[in-house]
Structures are given as C-alpha cells and as structure tokens.
Design a protein around this ligand. Structure first.
Ligand code: SAM
Length: 300
C-alpha cells in the first residue's frame, strides 16, 4: 500500500527523495565498473549520507548469495538506463535543439558532465530541498556546469509550466524533455497532466524520453517482496517502492503520447540489455521487471 499523500514533501534522504540517492549510488557503481562516466555520483551520494548507499558506493557491502546483492547486475542495469538518456540528449542537441528540460532531476549531473553544444540551456525541475542540496554540494565540489543550468524548484503535481516559463523556457522553441525515474511517483492524473503540459509546451520537432512501467503491482508481487526482505537485512529497506509508487491504474504512455501527435519509439529493458551487449537475468525478479519500457518520442 502506498504511504503517499497529497502535497507530501521530502529531501534526498527521505521518502521519494531517497530514490534519487539510490539511483545515484547505482550510477556510482556503473561508473566504477567503467560502464558510464558520472564522476559526481559517488560524492553526491556520500554527501547525502544515507548509510546503506554510502556503504554501497564505498564497496563496503558484502556480496553473499543469501542476500541476492549483485553489484555487477546493478551496475549493468543502471548503465543501460544512463546510456539511453545520455544518447537521447546528445542526439537531440545534435539535431539542433538547445532547450533541455530534466524533470525530476534528483542527483542527475548531466548539466555538469555531458558535452552540450554552445548555447544549450538545461532546466532542472525537482522539489526545493532536492535542487538546493545538489546545487550547493556540486558547488562545494568545484563542479562547473557544461551548459547554462537553470533550476526550477517546484512540485510536479502543481503548476510547474508557469515556474518553468518564469525561469526562461521558451514554448516557441524546440525542446528535449526527460522524465527519468519519475512517472510511478506521480498519481495517474498528475501523469496525464504532465504529458498534456509537455505537449502544450512542445513545438514540432521537440523530443521526449521516459520509461513506461506497465504494471506497478509488481512491487507488491511476492517475488519482489521476498527479494526486498533479503536485501533489507543489508540495509536496503530505506526505499520500499511499494510504499512510494501510486498503484492506481494509469494511462498507457505509448498510446497516450501517440494520440497526442508524438511519434514514439520503444524498447523493453530486456531488449536494451541485449543492445548493450549485457545478458538480462532470467530469474523471477528480473522477469517481473522485463516489460519496463524505455521510450523516446518526437512531436510531429
Ligand atoms: N531523474 C533522476 C535520476 O534518474 O537520477 C531522479 C530519479 S528519482 C528515482 C525520483 C525523483 O523524482 C526524485 O528526485 C524526486 O524528488 C522526483 N519527484 C518525484 N515526484 C515529484 C514531484 N511531485 N515533484 C517534483 N519532483 C518529484
């Protein structure tokens, strides 16, 4: 059962905010394995200070069969995801787009690590505590953005288009959007509103990338619960997706976008592993998640 409520809030150590620290820790593992290059992930995670994720990036969690903790698998899974969005943004800017919107930016450091073309403006949208923490931590680390970075501290369940436009976003210019690791944390009607707003703000040629999780009930599935219990013994109970996602039935994103004049391309996470030369595991847990789909779309 979800423990979410209307207008609930968080920082990077609590509730949905902790998921941003979790995925950044996974990017740190992928980086350490040489699969991606996000040198900011590990220091950001250590700065947040959630014990299990700090130990994860410090290689202090023992690998035992009994707990099913497999750092290599985590690293590969996050490499697939990070490469997908990195390539998407680089291709979008190569096609001439200079306006990028990273929705639910969390500890995403793309504004500091991708080779953006001159003149690119990157808008990062997330809750105020999340934005403030990443900005001040990266500043203390001496990081310099590789594009013009503009932050938009707002709740994506509220009137975020007004805040984005107030930060300088131009709805008449083409844009490239990402909603990475976000949608399951929005109520179904907020997800629809998100795509309606993106559509209204996107001229022809604009692009969008996100994941589609066809069925959130898998977080309550006994295969996932058993895995979660075993991982909890190592401290991974900090994040329980079953509590954090909205389980209600929601729109089928591919159909929803197609009906709104987006041309959508999509591949499942299992197909994406194969495309990256990685084996996708065939155990129960992996199979429960095999239908998660990465999609990118162009507004026609
Ligand atoms: N996109 C980042 C990444 O992949 O590293 C972070 C993903 S993290 C799993 C989920 C993010 O969604 C968190 O940073 C959280 O603050 C943000 N988020 C979820 N619901 C939100 C809302 N209603 N308004 C603003 N941000 C939200």
């Amino acid at each position: 059962m979800s423990t979410r409520s209307e207008s609930d809030s968080w920082d990077l150590a609590t509730s949905v905010g902790a998921t941003a620290t979790m995925v950044a820790a996974q990017r740190a593992l992928s980086s350490a394995a040489g699969l991606i290059d996000d040198r900011f992930a590990a220091p950001l995670v250590r700065a947040v200070g959630i014990d299990v994720y700090s130990r994860l990036v410090n290689n202090e969690i023992p690998v035992t069969e009994e707990h099913e903790f497999d750092p290599d698998r985590m690293a590969r899974g996050m490499a697939v995801r990070t490469r997908f969005y990195d390539h998407y943004f680089l291709d979008a800017t190569r096609s001439g787009i200079r306006q990028v919107v990273i929705l639910a930016s969390g500890l995403d450091a793309r504004a500091y690590r991708l080779p953006w073309p001159d003149g690119t403006v990157v808008y990062e949208v997330d809750l105020p505590d999340v934005i403030a923490f990443k900005t001040s931590t990266l500043s203390k680390l001496g990081a310099e953005s590789t594009a013009e970075r503009r932050t938009v501290a707002v709740d994506l369940r509220d009137d975020w288009p007004a805040a984005l436009k107030a930060a300088g976003f131009d709805p008449q210019a083409p844009s490239a959007w990402s909603a990475e690791g976000l949608l399951v944390y929005l109520p179904p009607e907020a997800q629809d509103a998100l795509f309606d707003n993106i559509t209204a703000l996107s001229v022809a040629g604009s692009q969008l990338a996100c994941e589609f999780v066809p069925d959130t009930t898998m977080f309550a599935d006994e295969r996932w619960r058993a895995h979660h219990e075993r991982m909890s013994e190592l401290g991974f109970d900090v994040v329980d997706f079953n509590d954090l996602v909205y389980h209600f039935e929601r729109s089928h994103i591919i159909e929803y976008l197609t009906q709104r004049a987006w041309q959508v391309s999509h591949r499942t996470v299992a197909e994406m592993h194969a495309a990256n030369g990685f084996v996708y595991a065939d155990d129960d847990v992996a199979q429960a998640f095999a239908d998660i789909t990465y999609l990118n779309a162009v507004r026609s």
